[in-house]
Write a protein that binds this ligand. Structure first.
Ligand code: 13P
Length: 251
C-alpha cells in the first residue's frame, strides 16, 4: 500500500569525488531493488554531478533546503526552479538542524513547504522534539504544532507529494535511537493528526519516515512497525555498505 522509502541525508559531508563515488556504488548496489523508493540528498554543489551519476537508475535526488521566493536578491540562497533544473525532485524542509542551529520558525518552514509544492518539488517535512520536551511530556504538543503549522494551507492534493519525517532531536547523531515502539507511537499520532486535518484516506497514503541514528543493526526492527514507512538516514548513509544494508532491510 505505502511503498517503503529510504532516504539518505548527506548533510555537510562528502566532497564531489567522494559523493559521486558513493552515488555510483549505490547505483550498482540497487539494480535489483524493486519494491522500495530510494533517495539521496547531497549538499548543493554536488547535486549536478550526483544527478549525472544516478541518471537512469532507481535512485532519486533531493536537496537539503531551499528559499521560498521564486527568485530575487537573496545572496547565498537557492530556489525551487534551480533545483528542478538539475534535475532534483525532492527537498528536505524543517530539518532539526535548520530549526535549531539556523533558527527556522514554523512559519518559515511553512512558506518553504508551500513554495516547494507549488513549484513542483516533492517535500520531506521533518518534525521532532528536543530531549527536554520529551522528558517534560511535551512530545505530542511539539510534534502537533510543527506539523499543523508546517502544513498550514497545504491542500490534500499537496499531501500526495509530501512525506513526513519524525526525527526526535535527541536521537540525531547521538547513537540513541528511539525504540521501534517509541517511533511507531509518535508516527501513529502523526497519522491521526493528518486524518483530522485532511481525511482518513489521505492520512493512510502519506508516508511517515523515522530518522535518528538509523543503522544496519536497528533497521529491521524499525521497518517492522506499521507506521514506520521508511527512514531518513544521516551518518549511515555516507558509506555504501551501511546504506545498502539499510536499503535491503528485511532480506
Ligand atoms: P543520523 O542518522 O546521523 O542520526 O542523522 C539523522 C538525520 O538527521 C537525518 O536527517
Amino acid at each position: 500500500m505505502r511503498t517503503p522509502f529510504i532516504a539518505g541525508n548527506w548533510k555537510m559531508f562528502l566532497d564531489k569525488e567522494k559523493g559521486v563515488g558513493l552515488a555510483e556504488e549505490l547505483v550498482k548496489g540497487t539494480e535489483d531493488i524493486l519494491d522500495r523508493e530510494i533517495l539521496i540528498c547531497p549538499s548543493f554543489p554536488l547535486l549536478s554531478d550526483v544527478a549525472r551519476a544516478i541518471e537512469g537508475s532507481k535512485i532519486q535526488l533531493g536537496a537539503q533546503n531551499l528559499h521560498y521566493e521564486e527568485q530575487g536578491a537573496f545572496t547565498g540562497e537557492i530556489s525551487a526552479s534551480m533545483l528542478l533544473s538539475i534535475p532534483c525532485s525532492w527537498v528536505i524542509i524543517g530539518h532539526s538542524e535548520r530549526r535549531h542551529i539556523f533558527k527556522e520558525s514554523n512559519d518559515l518552514v511553512n512558506r518553504k513547504v508551500r513554495s516547494a509544492l507549488k513549484q513542483g518539488l516533492k517535500v520531506i517535512l521533518c518534525v521532532g522534539e528536543l530531549i527536554e520536551e520529551r522528558e517534560s511530556g511535551k512530545t505530542e504538543d511539539v510534534v502537533r504544532e510543527q506539523l499543523v503549522k508546517g502544513l498550514q494551507d497545504v491542500q490534500a492534493d499537496g499531501m500526495k507529494d509530501t512525506i513526513i519525517a519524525y526525527e526526535p532531536v535527541w536521537a540525531i547523531g547521538t547513537g540513541k535511537t528511539a525504540t521501534p515502539e517509541d517511533a511507531d507511537n509518535v508516527q501513529s499520532f502523526i497519522r491521526g493528526i493528518l486524518s483530522n486535518s485532511y481525511s482518513e484516506d489521505t492520512a493512510r497514503n502519506v508516508r511517515i519516515l523515522y530518522g535518528g541514528s538509523v543503522k544496519p543493526a536497528n533497521i529491521d526492527g524499525l521497518m517492522a512497525k506499521d507506521n514506520v514507512d521508511g527512514v531518513l538516514v544521516g551518518g549511515a548513509s555516507l558509506e555504501a555498505d551501511s546504506f545498502l544494508r539499510i536499503i535491503s532491510f528485511g532480506e
